[in-house]
Design a protein around this ligand. Structure first.
Ligand SMILES: [Zn+2]
Length: 299
């Protein structure tokens, strides 16, 4: 018998919605959409928005679970927020899961948005059918995750798989996580833009396509650092596929070509000719689809 499951992906200016049908091991995406929520600031406003959007989607779909993708970290046992670094307001300790669950009346599970992306792409998207798959999203931050034998690898403490927070440059620039020289601190969109002296990542790609030396050098440097991070992942976990998503990945071969070359250059013990580095399948709805999956996979 088929059951339906709602996924909400909480962003800074919108909530993405996905409804998924599950019948045993078969999944079907029934709908996706995005709801603009610019006005919300702080936990109370965001909770109101989530409840409003969730309520409408549950009424329309009859979903029996809710997966909530969130941009940060939380306590998996209590469902309280630990850190939402990019959302305004006093979030620490806020009982987000319980507030949403009480208001909507369906079983609710939270998942980090990068892990939701990994779950969606690994199970149903560009990594479908792989033994081991690494997923990375490139944009305002660098999210990531690992799936091994069809399961999200979270490690003993629930937080493993942060591909963006590996050190790739000793004593490099300070990262939002508190460490120095993380992949994220070196390759995120605003760093790419400032390295090239342009206003945005897409302006850098435009400049690189026109042959601008400074833009080409910035893209090449970014690809090198990302390549080091992905090469480490390949050496440690041997994925047969790496799925790359997010705004920066949309530059296509301009970024993916040099990243693939950097990975092949640095990996010596894994047969790199068998590793595919591919674009993500679900685009901007991967997080919502993954959140819906997370809820549907609960007992
Ligand atoms: Zn970091």
């Amino acid at each position: 018998m088929s059951t339906s499951h709602l996924g909400l992906d909480l962003g800074g200016t919108n909530i993405k919605v996905a409804v998924l049908a599950r019948d045993g091991d078969e999944f079907e995406i029934l709908s996706t959409n995005s709801v603009d929520t610019k006005a919300a600031e702080g936990p109370e406003g965001v909770t109101e928005n989530l409840v409003r959007v969730g309520d409408a989607a549950i009424s329309a779909s009859g979903a029996s679970t809710l997966g909530l993708g969130v941009p940060g970290h939380f306590d998996r046992e209590t469902g309280r927020v630990l850190l939402f670094p990019n959302l305004p307001g006093e979030w620490q300790g806020f009982p987000l899961r319980d507030r949403i669950e009480e208001a909507l009346g369906v079983g609710t599970w939270m998942i980090n948005d990068a892990r939701a992306f990994t779950l969606a792409e690994g199970l149903l998207g560009a990594g479908k059918g792989c033994h081991t798959v690494a997923c990375v999203t490139l944009g305002t931050g660098v999210g990531g995750g690992l799936m091994i034998e069809g399961r999200l690898h979270r490690g003993a403490f629930g937080v493993a798989g942060e591909i963006g927070h590996q050190t790739v440059l000793a004593d490099g620039p300070l990262c939002g996580c508190g460490n120095r020289g993380c992949v994220e601190a070196l390759v995120r969109a605003d760093v790419l833009a400032s390295t090239a002296g342009r206003s945005s990542a897409s302006a850098v790609f435009e400049g690189a396509r026109e042959g601008d030396d400074r833009c080409l050098a910035a893209v090449s440097q970014m690809a090198d650092y990302l390549g080091i991070g992905l090469a480490n992942v390949v050496t440690m976990f041997g994925p047969e596929r790496i799925v790359v998503g997010g705004g920066i990945a949309e530059a296509g071969d301009l970024v993916m070509g040099p990243v693939t070359a950097a990975v092949k250059r640095r990996v010596t013990l894994v047969p790199t000719e068998k590793i595919e580095i591919v674009p993500a399948h679900f685009g901007r709805f991967a997080g919502a689809v993954g959140a819906a999956l997370a809820g549907s996979l609960r007992p």
